[in-house]
Design a protein around this ligand. Structure first.
Ligand SMILES: [Fe+2]
Ligand SMILES: [Fe+2]
Length: 273
């Protein structure tokens, strides 16, 4: 029987986007079927790769070399969707990585349920956006993409609280801030199908941020730490650049992120490019 950690490593080692997300859906279904039967799969131990396997295309470039997106044009909207697809594929890997990377720390089964569900949802997000790219005459891999996406994972490779602070509670929370603007771009362009895909993503991403807050607070509780102080320390340690307002206060609140967690980090350092 495959352990959860082995399943996670299998997804991380799969390069092709559609194949990776198909495997991700299959493993998530196996995990939840076993949970429903009352006999959860063992978590196990595995050695996740330092970097997840990725397809030969897109070419990965330093952020400053990725062409700028001008959402006023059809080509600009394709570039924007391409960037979203890249983020979603990275998110699939980030969620399986947290499942495989920290198996030395015993966690309640609900921790694994949450991240398997998040990985399953990211897989759907990648496919939804890839479908829209293809409907618009492009595809994932057609344009260059951001090379630095795995940095947050590398920086927090040995720190589960740091991983939760930076990935769901900073980066995915940032997604909640910017997605309404993207929905508006596709609405104005009359592209209701892309708008619908982005609305699915927007609704489900609140859950991912909430899982981050939930398990971050839980770990702080287990270790007797003040969660707000710990969050500030870890974000300053691992996230290079201050947080950028405006914040989506409503959705952040829904996800269990209070203002005194993120506002003090705005001026922490010079904003990142
Ligand atoms: Fe997503
Ligand atoms: Fe997410």
């Amino acid at each position: 029987m495959q352990t959860l950690a082995e399943m996670a490593v299998e997804v991380l080692r799969c390069a092709d986007g559609r194949a990776k997300t198909a495997l991700s859906h299959r493993h998530a279904a196996a995990w939840f079927a076993a949970r429903a039967s009352g006999q959860p799969l063992p978590i196990g131990r595995a050695s996740p790769p330092d970097f997840p396997a990725r397809p030969a295309k897109p070419d990965l470039l330093p952020p400053r070399d990725v062409p700028r997106r001008r959402p006023g044009s059809a080509q600009g909207r394709i570039a924007l969707l391409h960037a979203v697809a890249h983020i979603e594929l990275n998110a699939v890997d980030l969620h399986w990585d947290i499942l495989a990377r920290f198996t030395d720390q015993p966690m309640p089964l609900g921790f694994y349920d949450d991240w398997v569900k998040a990985a399953d949802e990211e897989s759907r997000h990648f496919n939804l956006i890839s479908d829209r790219l293809e409907a618009l005459g492009s595809h994932y891999g057609a344009l260059a993409a951001h090379a630095g996406m795995w940095k947050a994972a590398e920086d927090t490779v040995a720190d589960l609280k740091g991983r939760l602070a930076v990935v769901p509670m900073v980066l995915e929370a940032r997604g909640l801030d910017v997605t309404p603007g993207m929905i508006e771009v596709f609405s104005r362009a009359g592209d209701s199908e892309t708008r619908a895909a982005l609305e699915v993503i927007y609704a489900e991403e609140v859950g991912h941020v909430a899982y981050g807050s939930k398990w971050f607070n839980w770990l702080c509780g287990r270790e007797g730490l003040d969660p707000k102080e710990a969050f500030h320390d870890l974000v300053r340690l691992y996230f290079h650049g201050g947080l950028k307002p405006p914040f989506n206060e409503e959705k952040r609140a829904e996800a269990g992120l209070p203002p005194d967690f993120y506002w003090p980090l705005v001026e922490a350092q010079a904003p990142r490019d």
